[in-house]
Write a protein that binds this ligand. Sequence first.
Ligand SMILES: C[C@H](CCC[C@@H](C)[C@H]1CC[C@H]2[C@@H]3[C@H](O)C[C@@H]4C[C@H](O)CC[C@]4(C)[C@H]3C[C@H](O)[C@]12C)C(=O)SCCNC(=O)CCNC(=O)[C@H](O)C(C)(C)COP(=O)(O)OP(=O)(O)OC[C@H]1O[C@@H](n2cnc3c(N)ncnc32)[C@H](O)[C@@H]1OP(=O)(O)O
Length: 382
Amino acid sequence: MALAGVRVIELAGLAPAPFCGMILADFGARVIRVDRTKVTMAMDTLARGKQSVALNLKKPEGVAVLKRLCVQSDVVIEPFRKGVMEKLGLGPDELQQENARLIYARLTGFGQSGLYATSAGHDINYLAMSGLLSMLGRKTEEPYAPLNLVADFAGGGLMCALGIVLALLERSRSGKGQIIDASMVEGAAYVGSFMWKSRSIGMWNRPRGENMLDGGAPYYDTYQTSDGKHMAVGALEPKFYDQLIQGLGLDPANLPPQMSFSDWPELKQIFSRTFASRTQAEWCDVFDGTDACVTPVLPLDEVHSHPHNRERGSFQKDIQGEVSPRPAPVLSRTPATPCLSRDPLIGEHTVSVLEEFGYGAAEVEQLLSSGAVECNKFKARL
Ligand SMILES: C[C@H](CCC[C@@H](C)[C@H]1CC[C@H]2[C@@H]3[C@H](O)C[C@@H]4C[C@H](O)CC[C@]4(C)[C@H]3C[C@H](O)[C@]12C)C(=O)SCCNC(=O)CCNC(=O)[C@H](O)C(C)(C)COP(=O)(O)OP(=O)(O)OC[C@H]1O[C@@H](n2cnc3c(N)ncnc32)[C@H](O)[C@@H]1OP(=O)(O)O
């Protein structure tokens, strides 16, 4: 796989860093997650393919172990507030002094500098500071965050993974590591560059919820069907819009023009009434295979069985029967082969990893007895 041989130390975090680590693991990196000790339940639901070592970084011995792991690794991902790693003596200066090739990824909400750098926050806060949240939500509602998708994952974990891969590529020429300052505010904003750049062509010059792509246009929205499900409509171009009108069985001569903003509310009502007259399956029979840009809105437990997704194998089932998306994108020669076995227990691999990284049995025993590390063996259910 593309990242085979790359060793990553992921310090356990909330959601963005685990997603970054999972992406790297999916594409072949060896990801060792460093968990806290005295924690029984892992909160990392994105742990596939990772190993877990439990270290107490409040103990000098624990800090020394992390240093040794990082000296022999390519990447360290830290998900903490600015300054936490420096307080532990594990900042970039310390770690890159011992390993100049180390790529030190710092995944934060506000970045390593600035007024909010040491403030707590979550996805919605970073999204708000990116400018994008002000554009999200129907005109009759307050701005709302689309789950914790945009800052945590698109602008956070995924952007950080991109930074790591870029730094690995650069290191193949320079031989040197570097620090990645991955701010979720900036990552989310960067993902939203189109919103900035398309203002020049008038894409967003109407109030929130009244533009073409933010719920204003009747031909770019969702509609309820007679069985309480929904269809998604994205018929932007006139040639696709014509097929939408045809599929709905409407006469264009009796409708206002597609681009008549003032008539959009009336058009939306006509579309709503029409979509409400049939079931989702019936509308799929009408629109599947056409260019009307109409698709069913599928709930999570139906996506993997939809003929299109099933044919491509877009979703996978792990050893415990849990369905989740397969890694994307698909590389033709070195595709990701995600681990489908169970997630690691906290500290499950502590002893084996320490031994692999050069600790002798007596040293491991001493670290265990001091509480600097912990090991939880998987107890197979008999
Ligand atoms: C929307 C998402 C949130 C997704 C996560 C949610 C799924 C969960 C978040 C809260 C959970 C609920 C909550 O815990 C309450 C219940 C608990 C119950 O047990 C379960 C049910 C709950 C309802 C539970 C349910 C869910 O699990 C939750 C809802 C996001 O937006 S995630 C993005 C967050 N932001 C960032 O990641 C940006 C960068 N990080 C930060 O800014 C901060 O880390 C953050 C997130 C603000 C947290 O700040 P905090 O003060 O807690 O930590 P830090 O300042 O970073 O310092 C870390 C300290 O930990 C020490 N440390 C680290 N590793 C070790 C170690 N191995 N050994 C010892 N010590 C360690 C480190 O030294 C720091 O110590 P100091 O504070 O002394 O310096």
